[in-house]
Ligand binder design. Structure first.
Ligand code: FAD
Length: 311
């Protein structure tokens, strides 16, 4: 027999709040990848994201491509772009000239990161003597240069190199003291991880927005393989062991793309709606340069395309 449900205990799923979204892209390597990136931007732009960000390849390997992608967004769309920038393998002068080029191109938002060690994740990070030593230094440098909006990273499971959560949160506070006004988290699949982190940082006196970084995953195998190939984006996020429950959801579906897509949509919907039910109003999506799943998830969050907007 069905019991009567207590409706008052159920969160309202009506999209009653203003939900803000932002999207991350990576710079394309080939003409084909460029075409699919622009198709994705064209599809997502009418959702009027607060900003879209473009990653910077490991060791600065995509410096030109990041710049040309961001500049094209400025020239051809009404969306505000944010350019990722790292301290790795460059002198201060070189980084400052990248910052200047962004300013000249009309870009006013930078996602400032330290970057990974050139000898690979897991090895010790060695700052170049003539370069910016930490992300905090980089934030200082950018803010000294001009009136940029600066976003930084945040690690709900702490950065692997941080000795403790307290040390990690102190590092975040240093970035904020240097002028960062927004943090974007490393991707996570367990929402509790994000909320526990939020609790810690708020208790530590951090008041800036901490956008949850969400990656709609089609299946783990594909995402990991793709990440390795791009070499520029996801690998850098130190995705910890995928949750077993998530791996199980995609288990046995390697040769069933249509079911996999349905599951992927369900998983993304579940995560995003739970975040919304628990009070999150701003979401950052790692798009992997594909629009469909992100678009559908935004739709569930109540975000609707405005005709003629964004492009
Ligand atoms: P940081 O905040 O610099 O922290 C790294 C370590 O340094 C931590 O252990 C921290 O405790 C310590 N630390 C920080 N500040 C100080 C300080 N002032 N003094 C002493 N220690 C300090 N990588 C790329 O190559 N390109 C990208 O485009 C890119 N985009 C990213 C976007 C997001 C949202 C995230 C979460 C990560 C991104 N990364 C990117 C990955 C990032 O570069 C790596 O995770 C890198 O190892 C750390 O850089 P960070 O700025 O994220 O961390």
């Amino acid at each position: 027999m069905l019991e009567k449900l207590d409706d008052s205990a159920r969160p309202s799923r009506a999209p009653h709040r203003r939900v803000g979204v932002s999207f991350e892209f990576f710079p394309p390597k080939t003409a084909e990848m460029e075409a699919s990136l622009w198709e994705a931007i064209g599809r997502l732009a009418p959702l009027e994201p607060s900003f879209v960000s473009v990653t910077y390849g490991a060791g600065g390997s995509t410096r030109e491509r990041t710049h040309s992608t961001v500049s094209r967004i400025v020239r051809e769309t009404a969306i505000k772009p944010a350019a990722h920038l790292t301290c790795v393998a460059a002198t201060r002068e070189e980084i400052d000239s990248v910052v200047r080029a962004y300013w000249d191109a009309g870009v006013r938002h930078i996602v400032a990161l330290r970057g990974d060690p050139t000898s690979g994740i897991g090895s010790a990070y060695e700052a170049r003597p003539s370069g910016y030593a930490t992300s905090t230094d980089l934030v200082h440098g950018i803010r000294r240069f001009g009136d940029f909006e600066v976003s930084v990273s945040a690690y709900p499971e702490k950065h692997p190199e941080s000795a403790s959560f307290d040390a990690d949160i102190d590092a975040l506070k240093a970035k904020i003291d240097a002028g960062a006004t927004r943090a974007i988290t490393q991707l996570f699949f367990e929402n509790d991880v994000y909320f526990r982190y939020l609790d810690r940082v708020r208790k530590a006196g951090v008041n800036i927005p901490i956008l949850p970084g969400i990656v709609p995953v089609q299946n783990f195998k594909q995402t990991a393989g793709f990440a390795r190939k791009t070499g520029a984006t996801v690998f850098a996020y130190h995705v910890s062991d995928p949750e077993q429950w998530l791996a199980e959801r995609f288990e046995g579906l390697d040769d069933e793309p249509s079911t996999r897509r349905l599951i992927a949509a369900a998983v993304a919907a579940e995560q995003a709606l739970d975040l919304m039910d628990r009070g999150v109003t701003d979401f950052h999506f790692y798009t992997m340069n594909r629009a469909d799943l992100v678009y559908a998830t935004c739709h569930l969050l109540g975000v609707r395309a405005k005709v003629g907007a964004g492009t």
